[in-house]
Design a protein around this ligand. Structure first.
Ligand code: FAD
Ligand code: NAI
Length: 472
């Protein structure tokens, strides 16, 4: 049967995991196809995720700054108007430019782009809608994820009044009052967008804290800052029912624990954003036909080489498997799979994957949180430095937030870096490189940093893990 393969690698899904794997594989000399059913490449991230969210965050931040902060810099206007359709158009241009760019990269690298939904006919054969099936020596499942619903059939997403992130980024009007279910990354980012545009945003979160993936101290600081910006939070509250009418939604709420305070019985609003997490999407692939197993959460089971357990030539990556649902994590795994198939080593360091929340200020982290170090009994020292004492932050009037460095108590090896503050999502990379290279916090503290710069706060926080800060 060997001789009859059409491709060395067929990738199902053209998101950041799949498209990067396909390009890398083609560059390594493998005959590669990528199957995508959406009509455009780039997956969730480029079409309905990272990119449109960041475009709207950037635009809404400019509007907010113009309204609230330009006057501090001596800049004033007679009146500021918001052209919401233009803001949406700007977002769509960012998306279409990038998705077409990926198509160009496929041409440049010789990846065959097959449009349609792929499904397994047997372990080496894929059907693609009505086109003739293809046979591939290796197959990569990179079909991503979809929004989770509120359990119990409560307020099912209809993209009319009850929205997922996709619907929330395609609205025709600015909501008057929006209830956001879930204070995770999507809730905080898209909640920020609409709050800045004038919507009354009320976040209902099951846990008694926001953003469970973040270091607790950082999450608490973020909460205070977002409350100052006008976002309301009901923490320790659960949605127990609700009804979507043609132009409004009634949301019923209860305290989730006896300690929860001031939880109202219900809230009426014009839109609800459901942001309670995402789940792997493998529907229609016919994984059961070929015995590709999944765990309880629907994630495809893979070994350390990202191979499915029953078939070594079928791999899975990105949002379909375990680990953080992040575009750059999917990309690293895509490169790993291409290199593994080409007979090379491959490398993904799961301890050095940054996470960024694009609120204002941004939040960024890499490595372990303080709670994780405590739970695993790792002896550590902690160094912190507030942006209040950073000269660039003072010059820019952006003094909210701090840096926290966590280092091993005996070796001073950098184990975690947590930043809430200006450009956190960019300056975090210093910590990512540090952790990747096994640096001590002292290595960063002794590295000369450009002055005045936000990253000097990282240098000082690292200094504080073994000595005293200079500027605070
Ligand atoms: P996806 O990007 O989901 O791509 C999978 C693709 O497979 C889809 O295009 C789908 O159409 C296609 N597909 C599915 N089944 C089939 C089939 N049978 N045949 C053919 N094609 C199929 N991550 C970040 O790192 N940074 C961010 O700022 C960020 N912001 C986000 C904002 C929002 C609102 C959302 C929803 C997500 C965000 N994410 C962010 C997460 C990020 O989008 C995902 O982690 C990433 O897209 C996962 O990549 P993937 O390649 O695994 O899957
Ligand atoms: P999330 O996992 O970040 O947050 C979900 C939140 O909802 C949690 O705080 C959880 O406790 C809460 N929750 C769950 N069920 C609930 C219920 N019934 N009632 C009330 N609260 C409930 O998921 P989110 O925000 O939906 O994002 C999905 C994924 O997309 C994330 O895992 C993230 O990796 C990715 N993403 C990444 C971004 C970034 O990197 N900047 C931006 C947006 C999304």
């Amino acid at each position: 049967a060997f001789a009859s393969f059409d491709y060395d690698l067929a990738v199902i899904g053209g998101g950041p995991g799949g498209y990067v794997a396909a390009i890398k594989a083609a560059q390594l000399g493998l005959k590669t196809a990528c199957i995508e059913k959406r009509g455009t490449l780039g997956g969730t991230c480029l079409n309905v995720g990272c990119i449109p969210a960041k475009a709207l965050l950037n635009s809404s931040h400019k509007f907010y700054e113009a309204q609230k902060h330009f006057k501090d810099h001596g800049i004033s206007f007679d009146n500021i108007k918001l052209d919401f359709p233009q803001m949406m158009k700007n977002k769509e241009q960012a998306v279409s430019g990038l998705t077409r760019g990926v198509e160009g990269l496929f041409k440049k690298n010789g990846v065959t782009y097959l449009k349609g939904a792929g499904a397994f006919q047997d372990p080496n054969t894929l059907t693609i809608d009505n086109a003739s099936p293809i046979r591939a020596k290796n197959i990569l499942i990179a079909t991503g994820s979809e929004p989770s619903q509120v359990p119990g059939g409560i307020l099912p997403i209809d993209e009319n009044r009850v929205l997922s992130s996709t619907g929330a980024m395609a609205l025709k009007e600015i909501p008057k009052r929006m209830v956001v279910i879930g204070a995770g990354v999507i809730g905080l980012e898209l909640g920020s967008v609409y709050s800045r545009l004038g919507t009354e945003v009320i976040v209902v979160e099951f846990l008694n804290r926001l953003a469970p993936a973040l270091d607790l101290e950082v999450a608490q600081s973020l909460q205070k800052i977002l409350v100052k910006q006008g976002i309301k939070f009901h923490l320790g509250a659960k949605v127990v029912g609700g009804e979507a009418k043609p132009d409004s939604v009634h949301v019923k709420i209860e305290p989730a624990s006896p300690d929860s305070k001031n939880v109202p019985d219900s809230i009426d609003c014009d839109y609800v954003l459901v942001a309670v997490g995402r789940k792997p999407y493998t529907q229609g692939l016919h994984l059961d036909y070929i015995d590709v197993s999944r765990d309880k959460q629907g994630r495809v089971n893979v070994n350390d080489h990202l191979q499915t357990l029953r078939h070594a030539h079928i791999y899975a990556i990105g949002d379909t498997i375990r680990g953080p649902m992040l575009a750059h994590k999917a990309e690293e795994e895509g490169v790993f799979v291409a290199e593994h198939i080409a007979g090379q080593g491959g490398h993904v360091n799961y301890d050095a994957i940054p996470g960024v929340v694009y609120t204002h200020p941004e939040v960024a982290q890499v490595g372990k949180t303080e709670e994780e170090l405590k739970a695993s009994n790792v002896p550590y020292t902690k160094g912190t430095f507030p942006f209040m004492a950073n000269s660039r932050a003072r010059a820019n009037q952006e003094m909210d937030g701090f840096v926290k460095a966590l280092a091993h108590k005996e070796t001073n090896q950098l184990l975690g870096l947590h930043i809430i503050g200006p450009d956190a999502g960019e300056i975090i990379m210093e910590g990512v490189v540090g952790i990747e290279y096994g640096a001590a916090a002292e290595d960063i503290a002794r590295t000369c940093h450009g002055h005045p710069g936000f990253s000097e706060a990282i240098k000082e926080a690292c200094l504080a893990t073994f000595s005293k800060t200079i500027n605070f």
